[in-house]
Design a protein around this ligand. Structure first.
Ligand SMILES: C[S@@+](CC[C@H](N)C(=O)[O-])C[C@H]1O[C@@H](n2cnc3c(N)ncnc32)[C@H](O)[C@@H]1O
Length: 284
């Protein structure tokens, strides 16, 4: 690889483009900025700055990994979600922009008068959903649950970085947990990919994200059914449940929610106009 910042980005962008990485030049720039410990804007301010041998070597290593379709966030170690900075690793699902729909759904109910103070997040992963909601509702406290101890380590790091220790707990647990408490709000983005569809996912997801975070069983809905079969142990009557769902799952999940005693569900679309979240209140 050649030596100026400009030529390094151009050359790496071409390598990533040939590896079918979408947004190849942007990824090249972000990887170089990571190596330099700078913002991307630095690359455009100092295009003629020459890379040291050490920087060049580290950059090349990251470009090779990205060309093998390792997710960008695993290489930079970070991902922005709802304008907050989250640490990520191979142990957690990379927070997705689509999941901001769940945050919007919670905040839209709050605007209409439902102000939850105790929040439970099932399958918390990096903790992005719970910690974002607590950042938006400063009087609330919450608990995040995950079956993966490694994911919980990442979530706890994010909790400390965002200064949320006093308001957040993370515990290892399964969908059938009983914490001896009924929460005002339960949120969950459970694994929802049908087992048979996992092979079809893009390599970044299929080969590098934890399958425990993806696999929703034969029809993708196993985790919704498991959570709903336990819902009266964890959500108070009158409390709200907000699920993220996969493409074309919203109506069926909404129907199962109604069957177990929820009011008429609301459906929330993401920026691609896909029904991405289902929310409803539990009847007495
Ligand atoms: C789709 S990821 C969501 C992560 C995070 N909430 C987000 O939205 O980015 C689902 C999470 O559920 C966890 N999980 C899978 N099966 C579980 C189970 N039986 N009990 C508890 N957590 C589980 C996975 O480890 C993973 O972190």
């Amino acid at each position: 690889m050649t030596a100026s910042l400009r030529s390094a980005v151009l050359e790496a962008g071409e390598i990533l483009r040939l590896a079918d990485v979408s947004d190849a030049k942007r990824d090249a720039a972000l990887l170089l900025a990571t190596v330099l410990g700078e913002e991307v804007t630095y690359l455009y301010r100092e295009p003629d700055r020459i890379l040291t041998d050490e920087e060049r070597k580290r950059f090349k290593g990251l470009v090779v990994r990205r060309a093998a379709r390792e997710p960008l966030s695993h290489l930079t170690g970070h991902r922005e979600f709802w304008s907050l900075d989250f640490l990520v690793s191979e142990d957690v699902l990379d927070p997705r922009p689509d999941s901001e729909t769940l945050i919007e759904a919670v905040l839209s109910s709050r605007k209409r008068g439902f102000n939850p103070q105790r929040v439970l997040d099932l399958g918390t992963g990096s903790g992005c959903l719970l910690l974002t909601i607590l950042s938006e509702i400063p009087s609330a406290t919450g608990v995040g649950i995950d079956f993966s101890a490694a994911a919980l380590d990442v979530a706890r790091k994010n909790m400390r970085r965002l200064g949320m220790e006093a308001r957040t707990e993370f515990h290892r647990g399964n969908w059938d947990l009983d914490l001896g408490e009924k929460f005002d709000l339960v949120i969950s983005n459970p694994p929802y990919i049908s087992t048979g569809d996992i092979e079809e996912l893009q390599p970044e997801v299929r080969d590098f994200e934890p399958h425990l975070a993806l696999d929703g069983g034969t029809d993708g809905l196993d985790c919704y059914r498991a959570i709903l079969s336990n819902i009266r142990n964890i959500l108070r009557p009158g409390g709200q449940l907000v699920f993220e769902v996969g493409m074309d799952q919203a109506q069926e999940v909404g129907q199962i929610m109604e069957n177990v005693g929820f009011s008429s569900p609301e459906f929330h679309k993401d920026i691609a106009a896909i029904e991405r979240c289902v929310s409803a209140f539990l009847r007495d």
